[in-house]
Design a binder for this molecule. Structure first.
Ligand SMILES: NC(=O)c1ccc[n+]([C@@H]2O[C@H](COP(=O)([O-])OP(=O)(O)OC[C@H]3O[C@@H](n4cnc5c(N)ncnc54)[C@H](O)[C@@H]3O)[C@@H](O)[C@H]2O)c1
Ligand SMILES: [Zn+2]
Length: 362
């Protein structure tokens, strides 16, 4: 498999390169760039870089209120219309970089090097930014792709189990959303924590080339790309109900198991679909269990249902979830807003907790 490919968008295409030891090359290619880096990773870059903005990677820093400070830092380093910014970090640095580069002098060029598994496997392509406002997560954002994406899998060596497995959950979700063949190719790789940089290289190339398809057919999130929310309605409810006591990706993994159980119990699946959904369930259990992590406290079922109910993506007449249908392909479906549906959701969550050996509380 080639280690680089192009992503075509309505505003031009950009190259994505995946490999090891690429950070030096990227910096050498852009000797005059301003480097915007996660402060935790500053020491991994040469000490003598001329212009660096080092930022903490936390949700507060990713707020609209903090953007003026970042823009002024660019100004302080004399960024002009022809300045190139190299952004190095996880999803938080990506969101900040996308946003400020898109508005600084009405838009300046940038490159992105993701350093978390989520960033490498998923968010680094697609060009989206999501910025918090007044404590509300990801309320505003835009689409402003970088000129190039360079994935250096050497960065994974310092990621913990939750971050590693969480990113891999997003990767397998992308492959499953594309279809059973793409899922089987990923499944054959036996992704587990811990993971070597070489193994990660193959996995990242697979998930990114599959994600490219979604971006190219549905750049603005109108149809196919919505399938990438698989596991997320359940996952977000679990994250919120546990006060984020479970890493995002692990909660999504649990959500995938719950969505498959709900689809099975609703009778949506053919015999072939049941087999495929069960294959994904086994894959997800093995993957999430490899992180060997337990939630901080028992999952409070009633609170999870409450959060599920109040998800803004639901419609007046139905709960919207992404789940397998028929022969196993994913679809965005609507469940009637009634007691029976909520019971089915509750049963799915309970089943997922049991499968992962996570304690459940009423
Ligand atoms: N724009 C998008 O398309 C998109 C998609 C998904 C998520 N997001 C956003 O991304 C954020 C989550 O991003 P994330 O999980 O990639 O990470 P992050 O940027 O939130 O970083 C998480 C933690 O990992 C640390 N870290 C980063 N790289 C490391 C490395 N190589 N070794 C050790 N520690 C490292 C960071 O300092 C931080 O403490 C959320 O705010 C989410 O909303 C954006
Ligand atoms: Zn996610």
């Amino acid at each position: 498999m080639p280690s680089s490919f192009e992503v075509r968008t309505s505003t031009g295409s950009y190259n994505v390169q995946v490999g090891r030891g690429l950070v030096g090359e990227l910096l050498a290619r852009q000797p005059d760039a301003i480097v915007m880096v996660d402060e935790r990773l500053r020491d991994r870059l040469p000490a003598n870089l001329p212009r660096v903005i080092s930022l903490p990677a936390n949700e507060e820093q990713k707020s609209l209120e903090k953007m003026a400070g970042v823009i002024l830092a660019l100004r302080g380093l004399k960024a002009g219309r022809d300045t190139h910014v190299v952004v190095i970090g996880g999803g938080i640095l990506q969101d900040i970089g996308t946003f400020v580069c898109s508005v600084y002098m009405r838009g300046i060029a940038w490159s992105y090097m993701p350093t978390t598994m989520l960033g490498m496997a998923d968010s680094c392509i697609g060009g989206k930014s999501s910025i918090n406002v007044g404590g509300l997560k990801n309320l505003v954002g835009n689409i402003y792709p970088p000129r190039e994406v360079v994935v250096d899998t050497d960065f994974i060596s310092t990621l913990d189990a939750g971050q590693t497995v969480g990113g891999l959950v997003e990767a397998v979700k992308i492959c499953f959303a594309r279809g059973y063949d793409a899922f089987c190719t990923f499944d054959a790789e036996q992704a587990r924590y811990p993971l070597s940089a070489e193994h990660a290289e193959r996995l990242m190339l697979q998930s990114l080339t599959v994600k490219r398809w979604f971006i190219e057919v549905d750049e603005f999130d109108k149809k196919e790309r919505l399938l990438l929310n698989y596991g997320h309605t359940f996952g977000h409810a679990v994250e919120a109900a546990t006060n984020f006591g479970i890493a995002h990706g692990l909660a999504v993994g649990m959500g995938v198991i719950a969505a498959n159980a709900a689809a099975r119990d609703a009778g949506w699946l053919s015999p072939k679909g049941l087999e495929i959904a069960d294959h994904m369930r086994r894959h997800m259990i093995g993957l999430v269990r490899s992180a060997n992590l337990q939630p901080d406290a028992a999952i409070p079922l009633a609170k999870v249902l409450d959060k599920f109910e109040s998800d803004k993506k639901h419609r007046k007449d139905g709960y919207r979830i992404v789940a397998p249908q028929g022969d196993g392909a994913l679809a965005l479906v609507s469940l009637p807003r009634n007691r029976e549906s909520l019971d089915r959701i509750a049963a799915g969550i309970a089943e997922a907790c049991q499968a992962l050996d996570w304690p459940l509380a009423a």
